[in-house]
Design a binder for this molecule. Structure first.
Ligand SMILES: [Zn+2]
Length: 325
């Protein structure tokens, strides 16, 4: 998803400035903070004179993603020394390991449902969020898919934060929309203004009842034998307004019906100027209504590969399918 970094960066840096000044006042050894403050001031100055985001070595624009992960960057990533690049690579590999350890169990069955997902970062780490949790008490499965603005390290850090928020509330057994409401409040309080999350949270009960709350995310697809339904979105993305209220929609999932969730890495996968698009998603879903979640996802993956002629995906891609069996 494209981000709002450039729109809100100034207010973000100003906020950092205020916090740094406060920290410097109470710090015994403020040297490090003072040099950081100087960097923030220099970035703000560059914004004023129109040179922000321009590399001081080659005078070309700094890579957008690199700037998003470090708004104080003065040089392109390419100018790092071999050793610096190596260290950065090691950090990224470790971050990727931490992130993949947060993923839920895949390909399993519970309470009459089969669940599978596919999680594929565009780079070493992903800004997508995917979670599945089983609640033995009320025999339900909570499933979530989310997409944080931007890509790369900054987005992946927010993904881990989102994961922590959701897991801190698991024991409360909240319905989908209340969970999103609370996550929204926490996210607004703790994150940068420039970042928000679109997400879908659903809870599927043993009797086939499913509640779904959609906070501005790509529409989930309900796959029936003779019908494809794109389930309406009913809420603002998470992290925009602290007072956001959300609602859950209820539906009954019959035997052999599937709900497919995905991030825009699927719908916006492109070959040249042509996008994969929701029409194609609906067609593939409709042709493969009888498949298990795992087979359905694999069918999509091979269809994307043939659509993009195997070119590298530019955005993080996540799909999650839950089927009543
Ligand atoms: Zn450069």
């Amino acid at each position: 998803m494209e981000n709002l970094e450039y729109v809100n960066l100034r207010s973000q840096l100003n906020e950092r400035r205020i916090r740094l000044n406060k920290a410097i006042e109470v710090s015994i050894q403020p040297q490090h903070l003072v040099s950081l403050l100087q960097k923030v001031d220099s970035a703000l100055e560059k914004m004023d004179n129109g040179t922000y985001g321009i590399c001081e070595i080659c005078h070309e624009p700094i890579e957008k993603e690199w700037l998003a992960s470090d708004p104080l960057a003065n040089f392109c990533l390419a100018h790092l020394s071999e050793n610096e690049q190596k260290l950065l690579e090691q950090d990224l590999n470790l971050a990727a390991k931490i992130q993949s350890a947060l993923l839920p169990k895949n390909n399993f069955g519970s309470f009459g449902y089969e669940v599978s997902y596919h999680y594929q970062p565009a780079g070493p780490v992903s800004g997508d969020y995917c979670d599945i949790m089983i609640n033995e008490n009320d025999e339900s499965i909570l499933f979530i898919i989310g997409d944080i603005t931007g890509k790369g390290i900054a987005a992946s850090m927010l993904m881990t934060q989102l994961h922590a928020f959701v897991h801190s509330m698991i024991g409360l057994n909240l319905s989908a929309h209340v969970l999103i409401e609370r996550v929204n409040r926490l996210f607004c309080e703790s994150s940068l203004y420039s970042h928000f999350v679109t997400m879908v949270c659903g809870r599927a009960y043993k009797n086939g009842m499913v509640e779904i709350c959609n906070a501005g995310h790509c529409l989930p697809v309900l796959i029936k034998k003779n019908e494809i339904i794109n389930l309406d979105s009913n809420g603002m993305p998470v992290g925009l307004f602290q007072t956001g209220t959300y609602f859950s929609n209820q539906l009954k999932l019959e035997k052999d019906e599937t709900i497919l969730l995905y991030t825009d890495g699927l719908s916006e996968a492109n070959f040249g100027s042509e996008e994969y698009g929701t029409d194609r998603i609906n067609i593939v879903a409709s042709k493969n209504f009888s498949k298990s979640p795992n087979d359905l996802i694999n069918t999509f993956l091979s269809d994307i590969s043939s659509f993009t002629k195997n070119s590298h995906l530019r955005d993080d891609l996540t799909m999650l399918a839950i089927r009543r069996s």
